[in-house]
Design a protein around this ligand. Structure first.
Ligand code: HEM
Ligand code: HEM
Length: 219
C-alpha cells in the first residue's frame, strides 16, 4: 500500500521564518566555525587571513539578512516587535544581542588586523597566547569564541521557538536537532584539538613566519 506523507504548505509567515532559520543556521553552524578553525589550524599558511575574512563576511551577511527576515515575520503576524508584543521572548532578545555583539566583533577583527604583533615568542608552546601583541588581538580571539557560542545558542533557542510559533503547526524534525548537536560537538572537539596540537606543531614549525606578517601577504 502506498504511504501518504502529508504535504506541509508554508504560509508567508512560515516561509519567512524558514528563510530566517536557514540563513542564520548556515552562518552559525558552517561559516563562523569554518573561519575560526582555519585560524586555529592554518595560521602559518599565507591564505589563512583571506579565508577567515571571507567566511566571516558571509557570516555577517547571513546574520544581518536572517535577522531582518525575522523582524518582518514577527511584525507580519501582528506579534509586536522585539521589545513588545504577546510573543516577545528570550530568543528575540538573544537574537538582537547576537546581531549587535557580532557587528562589534567584526569591527574588533578589522581594527585588530591593523595593530602590531611581534614574531613568535622563541620556544613558546602556545604562541597565540604568548606572542607580544596588541591587547585588542587577545580580545578578538576570546570574544570570538564567546560570540560563536552565542551563535550556537541562537540556533538552539530558534529551534524551540519554531515549535511554538509556526502557523503550520510543524515541529523541527528530530533529525535536524540531532544534526545540530553533531555539528556542535564536532566543532568544539576540532577547536579544542587544535589548541592541543599548537605546542606539538610549534616544534616542527620553528622556521615558520609570524601570523601577523602573513595577514599582510594577501592584502
Ligand atoms: C544565531 C541565529 C539566530 C539569530 C541571531 C536569530 C534572531 C532572531 C530575532 C532577532 C528574532 C525576533 C525578531 C523580532 O522580535 O522582531 C527571531 C525570531 C524567530 N526566530 Fe530566530 N534567530 C536565529 C536562529 C533561528 C533558528 C535556527 C530558528 C529556527 C530553527 C529560528 C526561529 C525563529 C522564529 C520561529 C522566530 C519568531 C518569528 C515570529 O514570531 O514570527 N531562529 N530570531
Ligand atoms: C572580517 C572581520 C574579521 C577580521 C579582519 C578578523 C581578524 C582576525 C585576526 C587578525 C586574527 C588573529 C588574532 C591574533 O593575532 O591572534 C583573528 C583570529 C580569530 N578570529 Fe577573527 N576577524 C574577523 C572576524 C571574526 C569574527 C566575526 C569572529 C567570531 C565570530 C572571529 C573570531 C576569531 C577567532 C576565534 C580567532 C582566533 C582563532 C584561533 O587561533 O584560535 N573573527 N581574526
Amino acid at each position: 500500500m502506498p504511504s501518504h506523507t502529508p504535504v506541509v504548505t508554508l504560509d508567508y509567515h512560515d516561509f519567512l521564518i524558514a528563510a530566517h532559520s536557514i540563513l542564520t543556521s548556515v552562518a552559525a553552524l558552517i561559516a563562523a566555525p569554518a573561519a575560526i578553525l582555519i585560524g586555529r589550524y592554518f595560521r602559518s599558511r599565507s591564505w589563512w587571513f583571506k579565508a577567515h575574512v571571507t567566511l566571516q563576511t558571509f557570516t555577517a551577511i547571513f546574520v544581518i539578512t536572517g535577522t531582518a527576515l525575522s523582524l518582518v515575520s514577527v511584525v507580519h503576524n501582528g506579534n509586536g516587535n522585539q521589545l513588545t508584543g504577546r510573543l516577545k521572548d528570550p530568543h528575540h532578545d538573544l537574537g538582537v544581542s547576537i546581531l549587535v555583539l557580532f557587528l562589534l566583533q567584526f569591527v574588533f577583527g578589522v581594527v585588530a588586523h591593523y595593530t602590531h604583533s611581534e614574531g613568535h615568542s622563541k620556544g613558546s608552546a602556545f604562541p597565540t597566547l604568548t606572542t607580544p601583541k596588541n591587547p585588542l588581538r587577545h580580545v578578538h580571539v576570546v570574544f570570538g569564541i564567546v560570540m560563536t557560542a552565542l551563535l550556537y545558542a541562537g540556533v538552539k533557542t530558534g529551534m524551540d521557538e519554531w515549535d511554538k510559533v509556526s502557523d503550520s503547526g510543524t515541529r523541527v524534525p528530530k533529525g535536524i536537532r540531532t544534526a545540530y548537536w553533531v555539528l556542535f560537538g564536532l566543532a568544539v572537539a576540532a577547536y579544542l584539538f587544535g589548541w592541543i596540537l599548537e605546542p606539538i606543531r610549534r616544534g616542527s614549525e620553528r622556521d615558520s613566519v609570524d601570523a601577523a606578517s602573513l595577514e599582510k601577504v594577501e592584502e
